[in-house]
Design a binder for this molecule. Structure first.
Ligand code: FRU
Length: 483
């Protein structure tokens, strides 16, 4: 019996009785109650997908971190398991921070950051972070083995280990805040997951304002190596880096024993408001899948009033294209959720707002836009919209700036701002859209760009799909939908 875990499980069950599900997702992973942030320890183990997550089971705010736990056969429907680890030892007393999981000959091993606040909660000037190990034979109950890797003298921010096995060795990437506030990703190697040897600094000082690289991940894709991470400190630049923190990747070449060489510098991975700390893993069939936390630090989080907070994005398959751009597209397993298909074709809009009868609380849409026959200034869709369009999340083409815009300034509770991506060069635009209670995920031309944002429509309100065109004509060749 582990009292810290039992207490935490009881707390979250009690809190669950108080939650209001008005914004709770229907097909995304979210905590049963309480707080969630980063995906942790994503792994295919003994025939099932395991997802862990940063979790505070006692209330809806971030607090001493536990690892929540869920399993799935298909990546889409999740069954919750007891909390896996709680901050109950001296080396992780202030939190079991983010990390990863590996299958070591049938033993499920969690490698995570033990976080200690030396001078009271929230005082980031005095912290200690080390990498710790916990193992399990049944994939549910974990035994802790303490710290396995400490930072060099003087380093405080040293966290989020991602471990994998290659050529008979274990490898680990960790984020570090070097002296002079320089964000780095370090590479280590080990033969037993316990003794770690420093291998190299994979990346350092990517931008003068970046002071920390959180949640690194390092994996092969196509014939390259992708170093994915979440930098803190970037300044907004034009349409880029508009969120509080960013998430993205660097493309390069690497093999054991060699230096990492960069081929393509930092690129953002998603262009919405809410996408952070992505982590990848291998599906049973070898696809590289990624989940991210579909929220952003310091943003408004209205579901806190409902006693829960945080969700994962949909699982997305990663693909490297010929320009060394990492694309992400929703996994094909999602198609199994489709119900009540509807299809509209050849819709012409003339400077008008048009209602459809498509419900958009929890739906999937496939839209084909005929740009050649459209000349309106702005045109597109209103998602989660009232029939009069006064409350709606706008997803539209702006023919003046030649961009696709996701605008949530009318979406409901107090969320401001828009995000946008350039229109594809070939002028053919398809939008694959998932709306789920309090989220919108848009995939442009299959996987060219993705935009992920949370929305909180004011309730009660009807939530439909409307179409609109302003000052001119627009042609939508196809609008398929599923509940
Ligand atoms: C990223 C992060 C990690 C840390 C965790 C704490 O969102 O800040 O660096 O391990 O969250 O919850």
């Amino acid at each position: 019996m582990n009292t810290a875990i039992d207490k935490a499980n009881q707390a979250v069950e009690k809190l669950e009785q108080q939650i209001n599900k008005q914004y709770y997702p229907h097909f995304h992973l979210a905590p049963p109650a309480g707080w969630m942030n980063d995906p942790n320890g994503l792994v295919y183990y003994k025939g099932q997908y395991h997802a862990f997550y940063q979790h505070h089971p006692y209330d809806e705010n971030w607090g001493p971190m536990h690892w929540g736990h869920a399993v799935s056969d298909d990546l889409i429907t999740w069954r919750r398991l007891p909390i896996a680890i709680a901050p109950d030892h001296d080396y992780d007393q202030s939190g079991c921070f983010s990390g990863s999981a590996v299958d070591n000959n049938g033993e499920l091993c969690l490698i995570y950051t033990g976080h200690i606040w030396l001078n009271g909660q929230g005082n980031d000037e005095h912290i200690r972070e080390t990498q710790c190990l916990a193992t399990s034979k049944d994939g549910i109950h974990f035994e802790k083995h303490g710290t396995v890797l400490t930072p060099k003298e003087g380093i405080m921010h040293f966290r989020d280990p991602k471990v994998w096995q290659q050529q008979g060795k274990w490898w680990m990437v960790v984020g570090q805040r070097e002296a002079n506030d320089i964000g780095q990703v370090l590479l280590y190697r080990s033969t037993d997951l316990k003794d770690w040897i420093f291998d190299q600094v994979l990346i350092s000082d990517i931008d003068p304002n970046v002071y920390m690289l959180e949640c690194p991940d390092f994996f092969p894709l196509g014939d390259k190596w992708i170093l994915m991470f979440s930098p803190q400190g970037m300044h907004a630049k034009g349409y880029q880096y508009r969120n509080r923190f960013q998430s993205g990747y660097i493309v390069g070449d690497w093999q054991p024993g060699k230096q990492f060489t960069v081929i393509k510098s930092f690129q953002e991975m998603d262009f919405g408001h809410d996408f952070y700390a992505p982590q990848s893993f291998l599906a049973a069939d070898g696809r590289r899948i990624v989940f991210a936390w579909m929220d952003m630090w310091e943003s408004k989080m209205p579901s806190k009033h409902d006693k829960w907070m945080g969700a994962f994005t949909l699982p997305r398959e990663l693909i490297l294209d010929r320009q060394n751009k990492v694309r992400n597209r929703p996994v094909k397993e999602l198609e199994a959720l489709r119900e009540k298909p509807q299809s509209l074709t050849n819709i012409t809009l003339n400077n008008e707002l048009k209602n459809t009868n498509i419900e958009s609380i929890s739906c999937e849409l496939n839209v084909e836009i005929d740009l050649a026959n459209s000349n309106a200034e702005r045109f597109g869709l209103q998602l989660a919209a009232t029939p009069d369009g006064k409350q709606a999340t706008l997803l539209y083409i702006d023919l003046q700036s030649n961009r696709l815009v996701l605008d949530r300034s009318l979406s409901g509770l107090d969320l401001k701002g828009y995000r946008s991506v350039p229109l594809p060069r070939n002028k053919k635009v398809t939008l694959h859209i998932f709306v789920d209670a309090s989220s919108v995920e848009v995939f442009v031309n299959k996987d060219l760009y993705s935009l992920s944002s949370r929305i909180y429509p004011k309730l009660p309100a009807t939530r439909l799909i409307n179409l609109f065109a302003e000052n001119g004509q627009a042609r939508i060749s196809k609008l398929e939908s599923w509940q």
